[in-house]
Design a protein around this ligand. Structure first.
Ligand SMILES: [Mg+2]
Length: 381
């Protein structure tokens, strides 16, 4: 089989009155970068590049202008060989960030082709399923804009997740320690003790502030504290982790086995959170999973995109081993973004529905999805 074409789609939609904020900024738009790789055997694969912050078209340009020409006539089943050659092509100036997100989208599309060519879901190609459904936690509880009472709005949202059947949810913090504590206190009171509550500062603090916050949040039984400090501050992560009784999570801003090597070797986090659509796709994340398992550090993927990224992450999630294996292993959580998104579900023909707190993991070939081309082509920039 040979690769005959690479196409990208940059999608953008406004969320207007549902705009939301977190510790870094307020957003009124959502953007996505999808890529489609076609072959001479009429099998096409689809992938998504994790987009956040910069113009999504940068990732799309890297896919179409830099990697696209290098992919022509290559065998799409040679996923490792292709990954290494593309990475090496941009290595000098592209070891992290948007370059690796672009590479991730291509790698995911190639694995989709590989699965479709063999008639198997990707989790089978990765070695099988440790689970066939994913226990979802709700990512939401961003700072709502233009509401009369933020705490009341957050409490209503949290209670809504509980009523929908979520057994866990994640709240944004990083607005200042007192405000953070007041949000966590109100939500914990509203949802009761049974539901897992996580907090995410999106690297808003230095290590001393983060330690202070972690200690103040202990009495509210917070399950993990995500991105307490900036991703470059690995010593800061270690300081926070040593002085916090709440688990420390991080990794959504880290890339490739080389980046995760540092987080793992320093034991900077209790939970690693690589994003499949950012850290390097299936080929690379399986290496990160192997490193994490050798260090016995649990890995809970970061997931934040459209149904394409979600479908890919579910395939990975099926194949995530327990760290460590034991008779009664802890069941990992799957991140299910519930924040406002104008086209998250529209880009695929298949829909994902949570039932009793779980998402089914598709058993169809490849990623188990088909792009809704009519929608995607109509809304692409
Ligand atoms: Mg996060």
């Amino acid at each position: 089989m040979k690769i005959t074409g690479v196409k990208t789609y940059v999608l953008q939609g406004m969320i207007e009155d549902q705009s939301f904020g977190w510790s870094q900024r307020v957003t009124r738009t959502r953007q996505s970068v999808l890529c489609e790789v076609s072959t001479d055997e009429k099998i096409t694969g689809v992938g998504e590049a994790f987009y956040f912050g910069g113009p999504a078209k940068i990732a799309a340009n890297i896919i179409s202008d830099v990697y696209g020409p290098l992919l022509m006539d290559k065998d799409p089943l040679d996923t490792s060989v292709i990954w290494d050659s593309l990475y090496n092509w941009t290595r000098d100036q592209g070891m992290k960030g948007v370059t690796i997100s672009a590479l991730s989208a291509i790698d995911i599309a190639l694995w989709d082709i590989k699965g479709k060519a063999q008639g198997l879901p990707i989790f089978k190609l990765l070695g099988g399923a440790y689970r066939h459904k994913a226990r979802a936690y709700a990512t939401g509880l961003y700072e709502p804009q233009n509401v009369p009472n933020v705490i009341e709005a957050l409490v209503n949202e949290a209670v809504g997740y509980k009523e929908e059947g979520f057994s866990g949810m994640k709240l944004k913090v990083g607005y200042g320690i007192d405000k953070d504590v007041s949000y966590v206190k109100a939500i914990r009171q509203a949802i009761g003790e049974e539901i897992c509550l996580m907090v995410d500062a999106n690297h808003a603090y230095n290590s001393s502030e983060a330690i202070q916050l972690a200690q103040k949040l202990e009495r509210f039984d917070v399950y993990w504290f995500e991105e307490p400090v900036p991703p470059e501050d690995l010593e800061g992560y270690c300081e926070v982790r040593k002085k916090s009784n709440i688990l420390i999570a991080g990794g959504e801003c880290e890339y490739t086995r080389y980046g995760f090597r540092n987080l793992i070797n320093l034991r900077a986090v209790d939970i690693l959170q690589p994003d499949l659509c950012a850290a390097g796709g299936f080929t690379e994340i399986m290496k990160i999973v192997a490193m994490a398992s050798a260090a016995n550090i649990p890995l809970i993927p970061h997931v934040w995109g459209t149904n394409v990224g979600l479908a890919a992450s579910l395939q990975l999630f099926a194949n995530l081993p327990h760290f460590p294996e034991r008779r009664f292993p802890a069941e990992p959580f799957f991140e299910y973004d519930r924040s406002a998104h104008p086209f998250r579900e529209e880009v695929t023909l298949e829909k994902f529905v949570m039932k009793n707190g779980y998402l089914d993991i598709p058993e169809r070939p490849g990623l188990g999805i088909n792009l809704n081309l009519k929608f995607v082509e109509k809304h692409a920039l």
